[in-house]
Write a protein that binds this ligand. Structure first.
Ligand code: CMP
Length: 140
């Protein structure tokens, strides 16, 4: 498997609890390199655009409000098979289903406040990375 890049967000529930370093340590221990990172606070318009694929879902409003409620850390992670590896380190979307040792098992509060987001495929990774970062900001 070739070296890949994936997009990651450390969400407001985690930044509120000062868990950025603990979560980054999990990524690095799994062999993922943080090649870009910035702490920002989203507007409702930005959150709505980023999560546009979910706009018909009943939780869309709640999801956007949560993502704007405090700073997030947007990141690009690089490594062998990075998309699948990141999803493995994050664990299942619902922390009740997440495996032991995963970020969501250890830190997530609920299915909504689930500490991290990660891209699910190469196409979405490319779109999500470009949403937050310019090429100049990616230094592998
Ligand atoms: P994420 O990987 O960021 O992608 C979409 C997000 O929607 C997901 O993580 C969850 O945080 C959120 N989500 C999914 N299902 C629900 C739900 N049933 N209720 C609230 N939020 C949800």
């Amino acid at each position: 498997m070739a070296i890949q890049r994936t997009f990651s967000i450390i969400k407001p529930d985690a930044t509120n609890r000062n868990l950025t370093g603990a979560i980054n340590a999990k990524f690095e221990a799994a062999g993922l390199r943080i090649v870009a990172q910035k702490r920002i606070q989203l507007t409702m318009a930005q959150a709505g655009e980023f999560y546009g694929v979910h706009k018909e879902r009943p939780f869309f409003g709640e999801l956007c409000e949560f993502m704007c409620s405090a700073p997030i850390v947007a990141q690009v992670l690089e490594g062998e098979d990075a998309i699948a590896k990141n999803r493995e380190v994050m664990g299942a979307t619902n922390p009740a289903d997440a495996a032991d040792g995963t970020i969501r098992k250890e830190y997530a509060l609920s299915i909504g406040e689930n500490s991290v987001h990660g891209s699910d495929a190469p196409e979405t990774a490319a779109v999500e990375i470009a949403f937050f970062f310019s090429g100049l900001e990616l230094v592998g």
